[in-house]
Design a protein around this ligand. Structure first.
Ligand code: ATP
Ligand code: MG
Length: 278
């Protein structure tokens, strides 16, 4: 899928900006840099996220989106820069540290165990045991029903191996697993890239539920059409640098395409170090 310059004239969705940004951000990345060999994969990138907010991180293939977010999730170690969680410096050196801060990542592959059911997937590696040390299947299924009820009340297929589920249903299992363990910051890397329109809409519904619970979401995509309507703000990266960020209602899709393709920061956006100088 590629972003095209077809005639897109619509303005931002204009959904009222209900995000409260008066307190400390849920998470703040400041001046993050990382190189592989001699290549600056991410260079002085800054990004923040507030409770109940969806921030779309956009940019072409190789822009540095996944690398930046892997620093937040503890998968990569940054060369420089700082991470703050709720205003306090956070020591994130590995994925376990990130999870302790309530940061959970859902990769495109979802990392589900295909041959077991939803409940078994939710508790994979963190199983509930009976006092006798055996698996407490009843307790796990009850918890699974509770969390799925919150997220996707129509979900009924608790007894089937997850490989039998649709893409959207599998996505809800992966999200349920993250929030079951109290994720406050959710990173979704290309969540809808492999889904059809109906399933993409279903992921949109899931995201709205998560917002209601004040969970903050980084939504990574290289396709603006996938995420524009879901995001409260967009941040665009190019060649490892942040081009700029804007509230979705303050920029048009065309302008965001201009940020992605040309690195041109429109008047409604705040420029970053990667903005084209004119
Ligand atoms: N482990 C690694 N080793 C070497 N280079 C890497 C590594 N991870 C990423 N890179 C490089 O860093 C740059 C940024 O890649 P990244 O995967 O973050 O881009 P992206 O914006 O997520 O792209 P896409 O939309 O294709 O997922 C690329 O030049 C990539 O080749
Ligand atoms: Mg990527």
């Amino acid at each position: 899928m590629s972003t095209t310059m077809e005639a897109i004239t619509d303005h931002g969705p204009g959904h009222p900006d209900t995000v409260d940004r008066s307190g400390a951000p849920l998470v703040e990345l400041k001046d993050i840099s990382i190189s592989f060999g001699g290549i600056h994969a991410v260079e002085r990138a800054s990004l923040d996220l507030y409770p109940g907010e969806v921030v779309a991180l956009l940019g072409h293939n190789g822009a540095g989106k996944s690398t930046l977010i892997k620093i937040l999730s503890g998968a990569y170690k940054r060369d420089s820069g700082e991470i703050f969680v709720r205003g306090e410096a956070a020591a994130i050196g590995n994925p376990r540290d990130a999870k302790a801060y309530g940061i959970e990542t859902i990769y495109q592959t979802l990392a589900l165990a295909d041959n077991v059911d939803a409940a078994a997937n939710l508790f994979l590696g963190r199983e509930i045991l009976t006092p006798w040390g055996t698996l407490d299947d009843g307790a796990m299924e009850a918890e699974a029903r509770k969390v799925m009820g919150r997220l996707n009340p129509n979900f009924r297929r608790f007894k089937e191996p997850v490989k039998a589920l649709s893409g959207g249903q599998r996505q809800s299992v992966a999200i349920a697993r993250a929030i079951l363990f109290n994720a406050k910051i959710l990173i979704m890397d290309e969540p809808t890239a492999a889904l059809g329109p109906q399933e993409t809409a279903q992921v949109g519904e899931l995201i709205k539920e998560l917002k209601k619970e004040d969970i903050g979401i980084f939504l990574i995509s290289h396709d603006i059409h996938d995420v524009f309507d879901l995001a409260d703000r967009v941040v665009v990266m190019k060649n490892g640098q942040v081009v700029g960020g804007a509230k979705t209602g303050d920029v048009t899709k065309d302008e965001v395409l201009g940020m992605i393709i040309l690195g041109k920061c429109p008047p409604g956006a705040t420029p970053g170090p990667g903005a084209m100088k004119d």
